[in-house]
Design a protein around this ligand. Structure first.
Ligand SMILES: Cc1ncc(COP(=O)(O)O)c(C=O)c1O
Length: 457
């Protein structure tokens, strides 16, 4: 084929050239984005889209935050890169800020490129520190910890789990504290959280605590739609502490204000403090890729005198660390953690009012900040889901398309709508998006009724 015969895509589009993640290639039909400001993205064809998911729940600071753009420019003018075997001033400053914010006295920070490798490294450190290189890791069904190989095993996600041999990687999944459909048959949120923690205690005892390297979980909200009841995390902490098992908090999504705190375990004070926590997403508000593992003083001491045979070329990249420092300063200056808590409470109240009007909304749950989940059902009484949580619902896909046409990007998964707008979203924008969602759910409900009636005919 000579160049004259090559297929030509429209300039600037990636329709035929890029292998896209989490989709069927032939279905890919997403807008091309050329800019952004606040909670809005601008498309190549001149439209503005209000972002109700912070893209992948990562743009907590909104798009093109001026302080982040300036910090990246300034750092680029001085030093773009130095290997992490040597020192870099922004890396040192960011590590100190993270230790101060989390209160891990005497701890250390290991920088990664994103969330999946932060989780994989947290597992390595837990195994090294516990002296048990093959120690089992307990994680939850319906959790998400990333899509690299070991992270797929850690994730309790049926979409990626089929590609992995859990037992070979010494990962065991346990049922989640999913109060709306409690796997333990309890009838209150609190009881479901406690039963899930008791189950973990049982698994530790059954295997023997010496054979477990760590328990890794999201303390509060997760992108697979589970929001743990408040009883859960402190109980998991008690269970693990009493059995001398390390606890890793995956704060990749829930950190940096998403759940109303810097790190969601802080809601429970010292009672909720994990041994390690992993970060990414909000760490730079996605302005540059960066992840981190924050280790307690005790774990840092355990690793102090042994060779740490791990690391990736770009770990702790100075440009990304400069963005991380600017992000922390922006969260502080704009009081975004408090804002997330306040707007999150308003979001939840508004969704509950919607639930009272729409029978298709089975459950509404929120993560104490700007994160909420709407669970759609065919029948509120039987709680039959609109679609299995790991499959696409044509009705929900239609809702997303209608939303985008009306200028608002919502995120959905199976029978769930996830709401996680940038923490800088204006109140007026949030109200407009929810007005639209209310109408779209009304339309979905009518279509569901029509489909059900014709199926019965
Ligand atoms: C809780 C959690 N952990 C880990 C990850 C993986 O992060 P990354 O995509 O940066 O590898 C995600 C991403 O969605 C997440 O939500």
């Amino acid at each position: 084929m000579n160049s004259a015969q090559l297929p030509t895509a429209a300039p600037g589009t990636e329709r035929d050239s890029v292998l896209h993640s989490w989709c069927v290639q032939s279905d890919w039909d997403a807008p091309t984005i050329v800019g952004g400001a606040g909670a809005r993205l601008f498309t190549a064809d001149g439209r503005s889209i209000l972002d109700m998911s912070s893209l992948a729940e990562c743009s907590n600071l909104g798009h093109q935050h001026p302080a982040l753009v300036a910090a990246i420019r300034e750092q680029a003018g001085q030093l773009c890169f130095v290997t992490n075997a040597w020192g870099a001033e922004p890396r040192a400053r960011l590590a100190q800020r993270l230790l101060d914010k989390s209160g891990f006295e005497g701890g250390r920070v290991f920088f990664t490129l994103g969330g999946a490798d932060a989780n994989e490294h947290a597992v390595k450190f837990a195994r090294l520190a516990s002296g048990n290189s093959g120690g089992w890791i307990i994680t939850r069904e319906r959790s998400y910890h990333g899509a690299s190989y070991a992270a797929m095993a850690l994730s309790g996600d049926v979409r990626t789990g089929a590609q992995i041999d859990l037992a070979a990687l010494h990962v065991q999944h346990v049922p989640p504290p999913y109060a709306y459909r409690c796997p333990f048959g309890t009838d209150t949120d609190e009881a479901c959280g406690l039963a899930a923690a008791r189950h973990i205690a049982g698994v530790i005892e059954q295997r023997g605590s010496h054979s477990i390297a760590a328990v890794m979980m999201e303390p509060n909200a997760g992108t697979n739609g589970i929001v743990a009841p408040d009883s859960f995390w402190p109980a998991v902490r008690r269970v693990t502490r009493e059995r001398h098992v390390l606890l890793i908090a995956d704060e990749v999504m829930s950190g940096f204000g998403r759940c109303g705190e810097w790190f969601s375990w802080q809601r429970y004070g010292e009672e909720g403090r994990p041994d390690l926590m992993t970060l990414a997403k909000g760490l730079t508000g996605a302005h540059l890729p960066l992840g981190a593992v924050v280790l307690s003083g005790a774990i840092a001491r355990a690793l102090e005198s042994q060779l740490l045979a791990t690391g990736l070329t770009y770990c702790g990249h100075p440009l990304c660390c400069a963005a991380g420092i600017a992000a922390i300063e922006s969260y502080e200056r704009e009081r975004l953690i408090e804002r997330s808590r306040r707007l999150g409470a308003e979001l939840l109240a508004r969704l509950r009012r919607m639930q009272a009007r729409h029978g298709v909304i089975g459950d509404v749950r929120g993560g104490h900040g700007l994160f909420a989940v709407i669970e759609l059902v065919r029948d509120r009484h039987t709680r039959a889901p609109l679609a299995p949580w790991d499959q696409r619902s044509p009705l929900l896909s239609a809702l997303l398309v209608q939303g985008l046409r009306a200028g608002v990007a919502f995120a959905a998964r199976g029978n769930l709508i996830l709401l996680a707008p940038p923490l800088v979203i204006e109140e007026r924008e949030l109200a407009e998006a929810l007005d639209l969602l209310d109408r779209l759910i009304g339309t979905l409900e009518q279509r569901l009724a029509t489909d059900t009636a014709s199926a019965l005919r």
